[in-house]
Design a binder for this molecule. Structure first.
Ligand code: PLP
Length: 495
């Protein structure tokens, strides 16, 4: 059955999957949602005999119904290949009474690779299907992780260019090195003299400049977006939950049909929403455990029904979760409002104008699948040390938030259902925080000394993504003032 996509904010005409991927965001500012969640059409038993790529196909074909089987398989094969340093793409590791689903074996060692490895291929296929001749120009503002994952995904992909703006003094040294050493003639990385908000505002301004869009079209270019509200990023994330279940079944860790819980370290609410969609496809998932760091807007939301971003923004050692507006939550709000676009729009407008909204009692009743909690900096560090001490397994700071929340969940509910914890980054990406959590004595070492130390301690080879940047030449040294961003884009595109 065909799945069409429509906006969470109006009853506008639905679009096909490929059109939704090309557009990214609906014209009315809403997010695209599927008109229904399709059910898995293979049994769990059948899925348990499949490779990651095969499972990905079985899941994605149900959502991206205007793609042919060949188109989709080509996209999957190009995405999930030797760029991943694990044959099974997402290994499951049993440690400390849970199953860690390692989503960080891609090119930039964070889970963003799971979606950004395939998005470029979905996008150029979508462009072809919709007879778009223009080259697609991806514009991204990044606070660190997304920029590199998008660069790695789009580098060298024919028919695309990618421009990344980052705050020159606002990212970690490792993150900056990862970006400025990016290869590929179709890539451009620019440090701006301003903060992340300046970069984001500048990019939005370029996006909405009609005169520029007209000139671009004349010269054969059009903009698109790779940020996490694109449905082309959400759908690929559903696959690994289905794969994890299938793998547990295959290994005899669970019985067919047995429920599992899922814990997700959450920021923009994309990853956990994908788990929710997997559950709604018929995957036997019990509770969806939403883990936050000190920026605990979501914990407060699940416990009170009020979403309130009016609070201090806290910088933590899990920076990819330092978020006060979880964009993808809008898709859940729309759903628990019984797909009422007007109601959702009213709440989102309240969020924009007052920074908060309150959901109704009926809506709250539909959130029982979810459990929210949070972990402080000290609790996250403690669990890294404990799990390393107990089993020699080293987790990163984001995954640690999930692990700490899982401990609280068990203590509070006594629920001992088998549980998958989404492990969203390699500890090598946040080496200093991880090593400091294990032992204060590491504080005086340099970043790369710590990398080698971690490798020995965890008995894990240093990932390619880190090895590469030790010696890779700097290929991007462009900087600009905020008001020169458009000029930089024009220069790169030669218009
Ligand atoms: C982006 C990110 C998250 C948050 O994921 P969301 O889908 O935004 O909730 C968690 N951990 C890491 C390492 C990330 O990069």
């Amino acid at each position: 059955m065909e799945v069409l996509y429509h906006s969470t904010r109006s009853k506008s005409e639905p679009v096909t999957a490929s059109q939704a991927i090309l557009k990214g965001l609906s014209d009315d500012g809403g997010l695209f949602v599927p008109d229904h969640i399709p059910s898995l059409d293979k049994s769990l038993k059948e899925l348990s005999g499949m490779t990651y790529q095969e499972v990905a196909y079985e899941v994605m074909k149900l959502f991206l119904t205007d793609f042919t089987a060949q188109e989709l398989k080509d996209c999957i094969d190009r995405a999930y290949d030797g760029k991943f340093d694990a044959e099974e793409i997402v290994p499951l590791v049993e440690a400390e009474g849970a199953f860690y689903l390692e989503l960080f074996h891609g090119a930039t060692i964070a889970f963003k690779d799971m979606a950004l490895s395939i998005l470029p291929h979905l996008m150029i296929t979508s462009a072809k299907k919709n007879k778009i001749k223009n080259e697609i120009v991806i514009l991204t503002a990044t606070s660190g992780d997304t920029g590199k994952a998008a660069l790695a995904g789009f580098a060298g992909v024919e028919g695309t260019k990618i421009i990344v703006f980052y705050p020159k003094n606002g990212v970690s040294p490792i993150q900056e090195r990862q970006m400025v050493t990016q290869k590929g003639d179709n890539t451009l990385v620019v440090g701006i003299h301003g903060n992340f908000d300046d970069a984001q505002t500048g990019v939005k301004k370029i996006f909405s400049d009609k005169e520029l869009a007209r000139e671009m079209d004349e010269k054969g270019f059009q903009f698109s977006s790779a940020n996490s509200i694109n449905i082309g990023r959400l759908v690929p994330q559903i696959c690994y939950y289905v794969y994890a279940y299938a793998k547990l079944l295959q290994e005899g860790k669970i019985a067919e049909g047995e429920s599992i819980n899922v814990v997700v370290p959450t920021g923009n609410f994309g990853n956990i929403l994908a788990a929710f969609y997997a559950k709604n496809m018929g995957l036997p998932v019990g509770r969806l455990i939403c883990a936050s760091n000190d920026n605990k807007v979501l914990y407060d939301f699940f416990s009170t029904g009020t979403y309130d971003r009016n609070r201090e923004f806290v910088l933590t050692s899990s920076p990819s979760m330092d978020i006060l507006i979880s964009s993808n939550l809008e898709r859940l709000i729309y759903r628990i409002a019984d797909n009422d676009a007007d109601k959702n729009k009213e709440l989102m407008e309240a969020l924009a104008s007052q920074g908060k909204y309150i959901i109704t009692a009926e809506m709250r009743e539909k959130l029982l699948d979810f459990y929210g909690n949070y972990a402080t900096e000290a609790e996250a560090a403690e669990i890294i040390r404990k799990i390393y001490g107990d089993c020699g397994y080293v987790i990163d700071t984001h995954t640690a938030v999930a692990a700490a929340v899982y401990e609280k969940y068990k203590a509070q509910t006594g629920d001992m259902t088998k549980t998958v914890i989404a492990s969203t980054a390699s500890p090598f990406k946040f080496t200093r925080s991880v090593m400091n959590a294990i032992d204060g004595k590491y504080d005086s070492m340099s970043d790369f000394e710590l990398v080698d130390e971690l490798s020995g301690l965890a008995n894990v080879k240093v990932p390619m993504a880190i090895e590469e940047i030790r010696t890779a030449p700097v290929l991007h040294d462009k900087q600009c003032d905020v008001d020169k961003m458009q000029a930089v884009v024009r220069e790169f595109l030669n218009i």
